[in-house]
Write a protein that binds this ligand. Sequence first.
Ligand code: ZN
Length: 672
Amino acid sequence: MRILSVMCMIAVVAVGCDRRSEAENEAPWIVDRFDDIKVIRYEVPGFEQLPLQEKELIYYLSEAAKCGRDILFDQNFKYNLPIRRTLETIYEHYEGDRTVPEWAALEKYLKKVWFANGIHHHYSNDKFVPEFSEAYFRAVASTIPAERFGELNGLFEEVCAAIFNPTLYKTKLNQAAGDDLIATSSNNYYAGVTQSEAERFYADMAAADAGNPEPVSYGLNSQLAKVDGRLQERVWKLGGMYSPAIEKIVYWLKKAATVAEEPQKTNIEALISYYETGDLKEFDRYNIGWVKDTVSNVDFVNGFIEDYGDPMGRKASWEANVNFMDREACHRTEVISENAQWFEDHSPVAPEYRKEKVKGVSAKVITVAMLGGDCYPATPIGINLPNADWIRKEYGSKSVTIDNITYAYDKAAHGNGFDEEFVLRAEDRERMEKYGKLADDLHTDLHECLGHGSGQLAPGVKGGELKSYGSTLEEARADLFGLYYLGDPKLVELGLVPSFDVAKAGYAHYIMNGLMTQLARIEPGKQVEESHMRNRKLIAEWCYEHGQADKVIEWVVQDGKRYVVVNDFEKLRALFGELLHEVQRIKSEGDYDAGKELVEQYAVKVDPDVHNEVLERYAALGIEPYGGFVNPEYELVEQDGRIVDVKIAYPANYVEQMLGYSKEYSFLPNRN
Ligand code: ZN
């Protein structure tokens, strides 16, 4: 899952916000569910309180974010636009029986196409298998007057073949070594080009630019096509490929520039210039300005950014995101950072392995206001850009976490039956309900802002001594630091938590996850490999064993089901401290043997009985593994020809939003 992989890669820092519980309305968080997907709505707390100028800026950037949707459909597969439009025409105009199973299957298929921005799964990249027959599809289409389909009539056979012929366009992205990855991937980044031709084309381009310390991202913003036997780039720019959509994007960016302040105004103008010229140097100029801008409250991403969809890792899909700073959540990370030295001085590790002078790291937390392109409906929960290596090295990168999205995920997970299934005691369930997210966010915060940066090595130890066990032990060290301080009275004193109950919620969930429920992500017969998962298992198993005499943690069987229960939270906290002491010693002294033993003994081996039980109980809950979002809607409020406000609304209808976007933000022809 992209969400999860993003979470693991950038090690999310999400900070909870209590004020939200008052602001949210009562509408359900999950607005639609089909196949393996749930669609969630998200709220934009704080939008109403923004100054008018920033609201207006968000409005214009949001319009720009919606205008590139067709680009992504076409990038994903050359027939995605006619397929989507044919399905939509049928969906809107079919007057026959909508109660038969085949119609339901057709509707589900369309929902999946909208979600994936095409006919291939957004995560697995495999082509969807329709659960309705081609005969049914043709029969339904034939009842609709031909003029409704317009130009689509001429593409109907291609559309049918793409949907129904299982041997065609099987995957959007093939990464199997040995195949011609371009010929076997059905994305639209290359046209009539073989892999070796593309490789040679870009190798030549790089060779011509050899020695340039500031190389552009060759090929990022174009389709490589063979035209009249010659390779050429069809650049995505004004007047180039995708021009009708880019014109609209530029139109709204220009509006945005009129209300933006410096340095943002200049950055937006650089982005416009890049869209106008297709010049990747302009894109770099924009990125440098963007990464240096840490003052603008409203921020955004709009362009050809990530190259995961190209097997060559070169062509970028179009994506957009509009956001503003979550000042309250940022305040929380600031409080923790400001007190970094206190936490270090009171840490339960050996005094010689504490840092004398510690510098807290602050992380920016944002509220997203609009998702577009490859960030919609499925979105990452963190952003770390730009991607160009030389810019990252010279100017750094911006790393942010999207709090209102993780909040919505959390809300959507409530009532999915998970807690009822796996948490035995009502008191634990209530505490998790009330404080679960706060505990989670604070723990992540302590882990990121302080945990990884804490401690010091003994003289002569370089780091790296722990080799393959290093990352698990490093995560364990940071997690233990966070767990230990989550239950410290200091957090109450700093006003970060109301009471020890927050720690109780966090501890009960952590131990249950580490001993049991995280196994749901492991395939039958496999061991624990991923270092974050190993770290959680290590901590939970070690604490279970070392607290056994006092029954600190207990396995309870009730009605044939296993549960994990924490009986003594204070003693558990002391165990976290003890283990932190030992893990810090191992790191500080580079004690490979002790580190290896700890990991091998506690973090790797899966009990097959527990594993099978978790998998069965998890499957019975029917929780969809993938999630995505519907966007809010913004409306300009005018008075006497002047804009006086921007209103926000939260539509809760996935189908209506998709059909609306297809009507109002669809600018590209069927074939590009
Ligand atoms: Zn970490």
